[in-house]
Design a protein around this ligand. Structure first.
Ligand SMILES: [Zn+2]
Length: 269
Protein backbone atom coordinates (compact mmCIF):
# COMPACT_ATOMS: atom_id res chain seq x y z
CA UNK A 1 0.00 0.00 0.00
CA UNK A 2 2.92 2.29 0.76
CA UNK A 3 4.10 2.26 -2.86
CA UNK A 4 0.55 2.98 -4.07
CA UNK A 5 0.31 6.04 -1.80
CA UNK A 6 3.72 7.20 -2.99
CA UNK A 7 2.75 6.71 -6.64
CA UNK A 8 -0.52 8.63 -6.11
CA UNK A 9 1.28 11.54 -4.48
CA UNK A 10 4.02 11.74 -7.14
CA UNK A 11 1.44 11.24 -9.93
CA UNK A 12 -0.79 14.07 -8.61
CA UNK A 13 2.21 16.40 -8.40
CA UNK A 14 3.39 15.53 -11.92
CA UNK A 15 -0.10 16.04 -13.39
CA UNK A 16 -0.48 19.43 -11.69
CA UNK A 17 3.01 20.47 -12.84
CA UNK A 18 2.04 19.79 -16.47
CA UNK A 19 -1.30 21.63 -16.09
CA UNK A 20 0.47 24.62 -14.48
CA UNK A 21 2.53 24.96 -17.65
CA UNK A 22 -0.55 24.64 -19.86
CA UNK A 23 -3.02 26.92 -18.02
CA UNK A 24 -1.28 29.18 -15.48
CA UNK A 25 -3.59 31.18 -13.17
CA UNK A 26 -1.00 33.74 -12.03
CA UNK A 27 2.04 35.09 -13.85
CA UNK A 28 5.14 33.22 -12.64
CA UNK A 29 7.61 35.68 -11.00
CA UNK A 30 10.64 33.37 -10.82
CA UNK A 31 11.68 30.71 -13.29
CA UNK A 32 9.43 27.72 -12.61
CA UNK A 33 12.39 25.32 -12.56
CA UNK A 34 14.32 27.34 -9.95
CA UNK A 35 11.23 27.86 -7.81
CA UNK A 36 10.29 24.17 -7.95
CA UNK A 37 13.84 23.03 -7.21
CA UNK A 38 14.15 25.34 -4.18
CA UNK A 39 10.74 24.29 -2.87
CA UNK A 40 11.62 20.61 -3.20
CA UNK A 41 14.94 21.24 -1.42
CA UNK A 42 13.15 22.94 1.51
CA UNK A 43 10.56 20.15 1.42
CA UNK A 44 13.38 17.60 1.72
CA UNK A 45 14.42 19.12 5.07
CA UNK A 46 10.78 18.85 6.15
CA UNK A 47 10.71 15.24 4.94
CA UNK A 48 13.63 14.38 7.21
CA UNK A 49 11.78 15.90 10.18
CA UNK A 50 8.62 13.96 9.24
CA UNK A 51 10.49 10.66 9.08
CA UNK A 52 12.63 11.01 12.17
CA UNK A 53 10.36 13.06 14.46
CA UNK A 54 6.73 13.02 13.38
CA UNK A 55 6.33 9.46 12.12
CA UNK A 56 7.76 7.66 15.17
CA UNK A 57 5.40 9.66 17.41
CA UNK A 58 2.27 9.25 15.27
CA UNK A 59 2.96 5.52 14.75
CA UNK A 60 3.13 4.93 18.51
CA UNK A 61 0.18 7.15 19.40
CA UNK A 62 -2.25 5.83 16.78
CA UNK A 63 -1.36 2.29 17.86
CA UNK A 64 -2.06 3.34 21.44
CA UNK A 65 -5.47 4.93 20.70
CA UNK A 66 -6.49 1.81 18.76
CA UNK A 67 -5.39 -0.73 21.34
CA UNK A 68 -6.55 1.16 24.44
CA UNK A 69 -9.62 2.69 22.77
CA UNK A 70 -8.42 6.13 23.80
CA UNK A 71 -9.88 9.49 22.72
CA UNK A 72 -13.23 11.10 21.87
CA UNK A 73 -14.28 8.85 18.99
CA UNK A 74 -13.52 5.70 20.95
CA UNK A 75 -16.21 6.65 23.49
CA UNK A 76 -18.78 5.61 20.88
CA UNK A 77 -19.04 2.20 19.30
CA UNK A 78 -19.27 3.55 15.76
CA UNK A 79 -19.03 1.38 12.63
CA UNK A 80 -15.40 1.48 11.49
CA UNK A 81 -16.06 3.43 8.29
CA UNK A 82 -18.06 6.10 10.11
CA UNK A 83 -15.43 6.44 12.85
CA UNK A 84 -12.73 6.91 10.18
CA UNK A 85 -14.83 9.55 8.38
CA UNK A 86 -15.38 11.49 11.63
CA UNK A 87 -11.66 11.24 12.42
CA UNK A 88 -10.73 12.65 8.99
CA UNK A 89 -13.19 15.56 9.36
CA UNK A 90 -12.02 16.37 12.89
CA UNK A 91 -8.36 16.23 11.84
CA UNK A 92 -9.21 18.62 9.01
CA UNK A 93 -10.95 21.04 11.40
CA UNK A 94 -8.20 20.97 14.02
CA UNK A 95 -5.61 21.56 11.27
CA UNK A 96 -7.56 24.72 10.39
CA UNK A 97 -7.14 25.86 14.02
CA UNK A 98 -3.42 25.00 13.98
CA UNK A 99 -2.97 26.92 10.72
CA UNK A 100 -4.49 30.03 12.34
CA UNK A 101 -2.11 29.62 15.31
CA UNK A 102 0.92 29.38 13.02
CA UNK A 103 0.08 32.89 11.82
CA UNK A 104 -0.95 34.41 15.16
CA UNK A 105 1.78 33.13 17.52
CA UNK A 106 5.07 34.93 16.71
CA UNK A 107 7.30 31.89 17.36
CA UNK A 108 5.19 29.73 15.04
CA UNK A 109 5.01 32.45 12.39
CA UNK A 110 8.83 32.59 12.26
CA UNK A 111 8.67 29.07 10.81
CA UNK A 112 5.37 29.14 8.89
CA UNK A 113 6.57 32.36 7.20
CA UNK A 114 9.04 30.22 5.23
CA UNK A 115 6.10 28.39 3.62
CA UNK A 116 4.64 31.77 2.62
CA UNK A 117 7.91 33.40 1.49
CA UNK A 118 7.72 31.83 -1.97
CA UNK A 119 7.49 34.48 -4.70
CA UNK A 120 5.16 32.18 -6.63
CA UNK A 121 2.44 29.82 -5.56
CA UNK A 122 2.59 26.40 -7.20
CA UNK A 123 1.98 22.74 -6.34
CA UNK A 124 5.59 22.60 -5.11
CA UNK A 125 4.84 25.35 -2.56
CA UNK A 126 2.42 22.92 -0.91
CA UNK A 127 5.24 20.90 0.67
CA UNK A 128 7.66 23.80 1.21
CA UNK A 129 7.87 23.70 5.02
CA UNK A 130 10.77 24.56 7.27
CA UNK A 131 11.87 21.50 9.26
CA UNK A 132 11.37 23.58 12.44
CA UNK A 133 7.65 23.96 11.70
CA UNK A 134 7.32 20.19 11.30
CA UNK A 135 9.27 19.60 14.54
CA UNK A 136 7.04 21.96 16.56
CA UNK A 137 3.85 20.67 14.96
CA UNK A 138 4.57 17.15 16.26
CA UNK A 139 3.26 18.31 19.65
CA UNK A 140 0.01 19.47 18.07
CA UNK A 141 -0.29 16.31 15.94
CA UNK A 142 0.11 14.20 19.09
CA UNK A 143 -2.68 16.19 20.77
CA UNK A 144 -4.95 15.76 17.73
CA UNK A 145 -4.45 11.98 17.75
CA UNK A 146 -5.00 11.58 21.47
CA UNK A 147 -7.99 13.92 21.82
CA UNK A 148 -9.85 12.75 18.72
CA UNK A 149 -8.85 9.09 19.12
CA UNK A 150 -7.31 8.65 15.67
CA UNK A 151 -6.50 5.11 14.54
CA UNK A 152 -3.52 4.29 12.25
CA UNK A 153 -5.78 3.77 9.23
CA UNK A 154 -7.68 7.03 9.72
CA UNK A 155 -4.41 8.96 9.99
CA UNK A 156 -3.14 7.39 6.81
CA UNK A 157 -6.32 8.19 4.87
CA UNK A 158 -6.29 11.79 6.14
CA UNK A 159 -2.63 12.25 5.23
CA UNK A 160 -3.19 10.95 1.70
CA UNK A 161 -6.25 13.20 1.17
CA UNK A 162 -4.34 16.12 2.67
CA UNK A 163 -1.46 15.65 0.23
CA UNK A 164 -3.87 15.64 -2.74
CA UNK A 165 -5.74 18.65 -1.37
CA UNK A 166 -2.70 20.85 -0.62
CA UNK A 167 -1.06 20.04 -3.97
CA UNK A 168 -4.31 21.03 -5.67
CA UNK A 169 -5.06 24.30 -3.89
CA UNK A 170 -1.47 25.58 -3.97
CA UNK A 171 -1.23 24.85 -7.70
CA UNK A 172 -1.10 27.63 -10.26
CA UNK A 173 -3.89 26.32 -12.46
CA UNK A 174 -6.57 28.42 -14.12
CA UNK A 175 -9.70 26.31 -13.69
CA UNK A 176 -12.92 27.40 -15.43
CA UNK A 177 -14.30 30.04 -13.06
CA UNK A 178 -17.81 28.68 -12.58
CA UNK A 179 -16.49 25.16 -12.02
CA UNK A 180 -14.07 26.50 -9.38
CA UNK A 181 -16.85 28.48 -7.70
CA UNK A 182 -18.86 25.28 -7.32
CA UNK A 183 -15.83 23.51 -5.84
CA UNK A 184 -15.24 26.38 -3.40
CA UNK A 185 -18.50 25.52 -1.65
CA UNK A 186 -16.87 22.23 -0.56
CA UNK A 187 -13.07 22.33 -0.79
CA UNK A 188 -10.18 24.81 -0.83
CA UNK A 189 -9.23 25.86 -4.37
CA UNK A 190 -6.29 27.63 -6.11
CA UNK A 191 -7.99 31.05 -6.35
CA UNK A 192 -9.07 31.00 -2.69
CA UNK A 193 -5.70 29.90 -1.39
CA UNK A 194 -4.00 32.47 -3.62
CA UNK A 195 -5.66 35.11 -1.43
CA UNK A 196 -4.24 33.42 1.70
CA UNK A 197 -0.74 33.64 0.17
CA UNK A 198 -1.04 37.40 -0.42
CA UNK A 199 1.64 39.63 1.14
CA UNK A 200 -1.22 41.91 2.30
CA UNK A 201 -2.09 40.91 5.87
CA UNK A 202 -5.83 41.63 5.53
CA UNK A 203 -5.93 39.22 2.58
CA UNK A 204 -3.63 36.65 4.17
CA UNK A 205 -5.96 36.43 7.19
CA UNK A 206 -8.49 34.39 5.22
CA UNK A 207 -9.02 30.98 3.59
CA UNK A 208 -7.04 28.94 6.12
CA UNK A 209 -8.75 25.59 5.45
CA UNK A 210 -6.58 22.75 4.14
CA UNK A 211 -9.44 20.54 3.01
CA UNK A 212 -13.10 21.47 3.52
CA UNK A 213 -13.97 25.18 3.22
CA UNK A 214 -16.70 24.60 5.84
CA UNK A 215 -14.25 25.83 8.53
CA UNK A 216 -13.69 29.16 6.80
CA UNK A 217 -17.46 29.59 6.35
CA UNK A 218 -17.98 28.67 10.02
CA UNK A 219 -15.45 31.22 11.31
CA UNK A 220 -16.28 33.96 8.79
CA UNK A 221 -12.80 33.78 7.21
CA UNK A 222 -13.94 32.70 3.72
CA UNK A 223 -12.99 35.30 1.10
CA UNK A 224 -13.12 35.35 -2.66
CA UNK A 225 -13.33 39.08 -3.46
CA UNK A 226 -9.68 39.58 -4.51
CA UNK A 227 -8.69 39.09 -8.16
CA UNK A 228 -5.55 36.98 -8.67
CA UNK A 229 -3.81 39.66 -10.76
CA UNK A 230 -4.15 42.10 -7.83
CA UNK A 231 -2.32 39.78 -5.44
CA UNK A 232 1.39 39.98 -4.63
CA UNK A 233 2.27 36.48 -3.52
CA UNK A 234 4.74 36.25 -0.64
CA UNK A 235 5.72 37.96 2.61
CA UNK A 236 6.62 41.62 3.02
CA UNK A 237 10.40 42.01 3.29
CA UNK A 238 10.96 38.87 1.17
CA UNK A 239 9.85 40.11 -2.22
CA UNK A 240 13.10 39.77 -4.17
CA UNK A 241 14.87 36.63 -5.31
CA UNK A 242 17.95 37.44 -3.20
CA UNK A 243 15.76 37.42 -0.04
CA UNK A 244 14.44 33.91 -0.58
CA UNK A 245 17.50 31.75 -1.31
CA UNK A 246 17.56 28.24 0.15
CA UNK A 247 20.17 29.14 2.80
CA UNK A 248 18.35 32.32 3.84
CA UNK A 249 15.09 30.43 4.18
CA UNK A 250 16.61 27.78 6.41
CA UNK A 251 18.33 30.34 8.67
CA UNK A 252 15.59 33.00 8.76
CA UNK A 253 13.55 31.58 11.71
CA UNK A 254 16.67 31.62 13.91
CA UNK A 255 17.49 35.29 13.29
CA UNK A 256 17.60 37.40 16.39
CA UNK A 257 15.17 40.23 15.55
CA UNK A 258 16.06 42.32 18.60
CA UNK A 259 19.71 42.25 17.60
CA UNK A 260 18.74 43.35 14.07
CA UNK A 261 16.64 46.23 15.40
CA UNK A 262 19.43 47.29 17.80
CA UNK A 263 22.04 47.14 15.06
CA UNK A 264 19.96 49.24 12.68
CA UNK A 265 19.18 51.80 15.38
CA UNK A 266 22.92 52.03 16.19
CA UNK A 267 23.65 52.51 12.51
CA UNK A 268 20.97 55.19 12.21
CA UNK A 269 22.16 57.19 15.21
ZN1 LIG B 1 -0.59 30.08 6.06
Amino acid sequence: MKWLRGALIVGTFALLYVLENKRPLRRQVESKEIETFRNLAIAATAGIAVNFLEKPVTDQLTKFTKEKRFGLLKLFRLPKGLETAFAVVLLDYTLYLWHVLTHKIPLLWRFHKIHHADLDLTAATAIRFHFGEIAISVIFRAAQILLIGVSPQALQIWQTLLFASIFFHHSNIDLPKDFEEKLQKIIMTPRLHGIHHSAEKSEMDSNWSSGLTAWDYLHGTFRRDVAQDKITIGVKGFIEQKDVTFAKMLLEPFQNYELQINNSSIRNS
